[in-house]
Each structure stands twice: as structure tokens, then as C-alpha cells.
Design a protein around this ligand. Structure first.
Ligand code: PLP
Length: 235
């Protein structure tokens, strides 16, 4: 076993999630997405063995060989940027968290139409409007939500956001509250939009208090990522 403490860590994170649901009062179900990026397929296999049914990868080139190699029926989540010319890869994932542009939406829509079944996506919202992050600003969302309703090849299940790296608690809460409001905008426009993907190793408890239905946790489960854990080159 590559990750001998994984079962205990999963139990600890799940316990903290449950406590945060109680504190937050949103009474939501929370899906734990174990982020296996930079680790080999054994991380996926062991996550399944520890009772985790959802795994997240941020790069298509890294994910596809793992998807091919895995022998356990996990749901695969794409949590990183998808290049428009690789939109076909969206079909390999149960959920694409990172719909971040009109052009990508159109490309994924075409794939969904071609396969005869829409592709499930989350709209990435850049709540804090950081230049380094992709996604829509909250103010752009009402118009965008309308337009996305016209794309039969995508099904918008909700919102994904990432808090600024150095955010204090006030900014974290502001970011997560903004994402929740963005989900309401999608719902008002007619989208299913039940999901709120927010929270990583350092901020998932606050995210759950603010209503997260999916948390994306890597380091807390598998340990610190180092170049040595990365078996794949850069894009
Ligand atoms: C890497 C990554 C995570 C997990 O980060 P940790 O801090 O290791 O939990 C979550 N979301 C996205 C989009 C990521 O790229």
C-alpha cells in the first residue's frame, strides 16, 4: 500500500465535513472528491478501497492514462482547465468542474450533441476576480446563464470556484457566499444547478459551512505533492 494512512484520513475528513454541515446549517449532502493529480493510479485504487467513489484530476493528459489503467469504478472529475481543442476528453469524465469560457461551452456542447447525451458541467466562477484565475465574473453570469440554456449538449449542474490562495477567513466566506449566489443565478435561469464545488485541503470546512456540496481534497488525503510524486510532464 502506497498510502497506508488513507482510510484514517478519509474518516477524519468525512468527520470534519459532517461537523461543518451541522455548523453551517445548510443540511446538504457533500461529495468528497479525492484529488489524485501527480500521484499514480494506485492512489485511485486505494481511494476506492477507502470508500471514496469520486476522484479529481486537473489535467487531461495525466488523467486519461489513469482512467484507462484504473480497475475500480470511480467517478472521474475534471477539475482543471480544459483546452477547447481537447473538448472530446470531456466525455471521459462524470463531471467537468471547469467550464470557463464561451468557446469551451460551445465545443463541449458539440460533443454532447454528437454523442446524443449532454455532458455534465459546472460553471467556474471567479468570484474574487483574480487575473490569474479563469472563469466568469459574477456580474457576467446572468447573461451567460441564459445563453447556456440554449446549449442542449451541456447540462449545467452548478458552480465551481477556487478561493484566492492567501485568503483570510473573511475573504474565504465572501468567495464561497458569492459562489452560492452564482448558483442561484443559474437556477433562476432554469438550470438544474444543485451543486457547489468549493473547498480544498486548507479551506474545505469553511466551504462546507457555506454550503459546498463537493469538496476537492488532495493534500489532506495523500500528502504533499512534490515533483517526485508527479509521474507526468507538464502540458
Ligand atoms: C489540486 C487541486 C485541488 C486540491 O488541492 P489540495 O490543496 O491538495 O487539497 C482542488 N481543486 C483544484 C482545482 C486543484 O487543482
Amino acid at each position: 500500500m502506497q498510502f497506508p494512512e488513507l482510510s484514517e484520513r478519509v474518516a477524519e475528513v468525512r468527520g470534519r465535513i459532517a461537523a461543518a454541515v451541522t455548523r453551517g446549517g445548510h443540511a446538504q449532502h457533500v461529495t468528497l472528491v479525492a484529488v489524485t493529480k501527480t500521484f499514480g493510479v494506485d492512489a485511485v485504487q486505494e481511494a476506492w478501497g477507502a470508500g471514496v467513489h469520486d476522484v479529481g484530476e486537473n489535467r487531461v493528459q495525466e488523467a486519461l492514462p489513469k482512467i484507462a489503467a484504473a480497475t475500480v469504478p470511480v467517478r472521474w472529475h475534471l477539475i482543471g482547465h480544459l483546452q477547447r481543442n481537447k473538448a472530446k476528453a470531456a466525455e471521459s469524465f462524470a463531471l467537468v468542474h471547469s467550464l470557463d469560457s464561451v468557446r469551451l461551452a460551445n465545443a463541449i456542447h458539440e460533443r454532447g450533441m454528437a454523442r446524443g447525451r449532454p455532458i455534465d458541467v459546472l460553471v467556474q466562477v471567479n468570484v474574487a476576480e483574480e487575473a490569474v484565475k479563469s472563469g466568469w465574473a459574477a456580474a457576467e453570469l446572468p447573461g451567460e446563464a441564459e445563453r447556456l440554456m440554449g446549449l442542449g449538449g451541456v447540462r449545467v449542474l452548478g458552480v465551481m470556484t477556487m478561493a484566492p490562495l492567501d485568503a483570510d477567513e473573511a475573504l474565504l466566506r465572501q468567495t464561497f457566499t458569492g459562489a452560492r449566489a452564482a448558483r442561484d443565478v443559474l437556477r433562476t435561469a432554469g438550470h438544474l444547478a444543485t451543486e457547489l464545488s468549493m473547498g480544498m485541503s486548507n479551506d474545505y470546512e469553511i466551504a462546507v459551512e457555506e454550503g459546498a456540496t463537493m469538496v476537492r481534497v488532495g493534500t489532506r488525503l495523500f500528502g504533499v505533492r512534490t515533483p517526485a510524486t508527479a509521474g507526468y510532464g507538464d502540458d
